[in-house]
Design a protein around this ligand. Sequence first.
Ligand SMILES: *[C@@H]1O[C@H](CO)[C@@H](O)[C@H](O)[C@H]1NC(C)=O
Ligand SMILES: *[C@@H]1O[C@H](CO)[C@@H](O)[C@H](O)[C@H]1NC(C)=O
Ligand SMILES: *[C@@H]1O[C@H](CO)[C@@H](O)[C@H](O)[C@H]1NC(C)=O
Length: 456
Amino acid sequence: MASSLGTCLCFLGILLLFSPKGSGHELPHELEKCSDFQNVNFLRGTNLNVQFLLFTPLDPTCGKLVRESSDLQNFGFNTSLETKLIIHGFRALGTKPSWIDKFIHTLLRVADVNVIAVDWVYGSTGVYFSAVDNVIKLSLEISKFISNVLVLGVSESSIHIIGVSLGAHVGGMVGHFYKGQLGRITGLDPAGPEYTKASLEERLDPGDALFVEAIHTDADNLGIRIPVGHVDYFVNGGQDQPGCPIFIHQGYNYLICDHMRAVHLYLSALENSCPLMAFPCSSFKDFLSGQCLDCANPFQHSCPRIGLLEHGGIKMEKLPKEVKVYLLTTSKAPYCLYYSLVEFHLHQVRNRNTNIEVTLHSSNLTTSIKITILKNQFIGKGLIAHSIPHCHINHVILKVLSPSQVWKKDKSSITGRFCAIPLPANHSTKMWCSSESMILQPNVNTFAKLEIPCAA
Ligand SMILES: *[C@@H]1O[C@H](CO)[C@@H](O)[C@H](O)[C@H]1NC(C)=O
Ligand SMILES: *[C@@H]1O[C@H](CO)[C@@H](O)[C@H](O)[C@H]1NC(C)=O
Ligand SMILES: *[C@@H]1O[C@H](CO)[C@@H](O)[C@H](O)[C@H]1NC(C)=O
């Protein structure tokens, strides 16, 4: 530290000597050089060497190394804007995070904000446990940095920490030092190992900021399985992500694909090409079976969305805590899916279960699910996720599935109506039902036109 300060002062001296119009106030242009993340040989990975890199809308690709308070204003920190701090996690190989440049550029493109990237690559490398050991020291350094930002007159509530994996808990600890008065903390698959049973002081929790949210994508491995925010998104159930390898021989990508999906989802949400909306529900299973349709409880009909909306779009005075919310995604950006509840209403109950395959169909989409009407009941239902909005889907194809050999002789047709409603459902949206009864023969496709208009 002392030697780098020495170099810096010496550099300044040389510039002042040789600069033709070296006024005391204007900084020499050369000092505004861009700085990047450190790359570390992991054998030296015991030092913390934290760097704070400031990125501003004026120069989104050039990180300015901020050493003290005065650097902030000299390098274009705008006190009337919000500030986003990005904290990466464990870096096994001591390399710069591959996603960070895109993350910074995207943030600056979509929001008028100051971005601070926290480079603690030195302290995050080696073995995971030594990185965990550095969390308190790192959190203190970041807190000190934030106090330098607050000195400029910005409010605590304008600070938003985005932490990845271990970085999420670092954000939690920093928020704890600020008594939960920072504006927002976003945890991108907060780390699980060493944290699932940690105290609230040690890990991210809803007390750490005015709004805390977490996106869970690898809760059965590198991520944490318990809710840690006001809102906890369990993506595809929170454990395994579509498109990620499921066999260990697929190497490093097998290890981190699910875990890193949270970062890629968040990036996609920032670009805001489509809604990554989620539904509060008691379990992923209940969500899939169509039990949670409207976000009424506990969010009073405002479904949370991944991204930068205030409170994730939840419109409530007092936010509930640790609410698990569920969504499904595709395997590739932009990841979004839309949801519909589909139902089949029998005219007459049957004395055995009836399984119906429901396929939504349009020029560029087919999606199927199976719904079951239990014996002696009239209605069977299910949640169907599709990559285009409901109103662009033209047809539904229904097929009664023969359950087993025993019933193979059963050639009786069933009669009823097909109904569907796009989610989230609310009081003013009515369920759409086929106008006439449909007659379904076993194992025969029956088409019906879907006529759901697009919202105005
Ligand atoms: C700071 O941001 C505000 C809001 O975007 C803008 O009006 C103002 O010009 C900015 N100040 C500087 C010094 O760039
Ligand atoms: C599918 O069709 C919809 C509307 O018909 C269109 O908006 C969308 O871009 C299409 N998607 C693809 C992948 O072609
Ligand atoms: C109900 O849903 C429709 C369609 O999704 C939407 O346009 C409308 O704003 C919603 N109304 C309320 C009160 O949320």
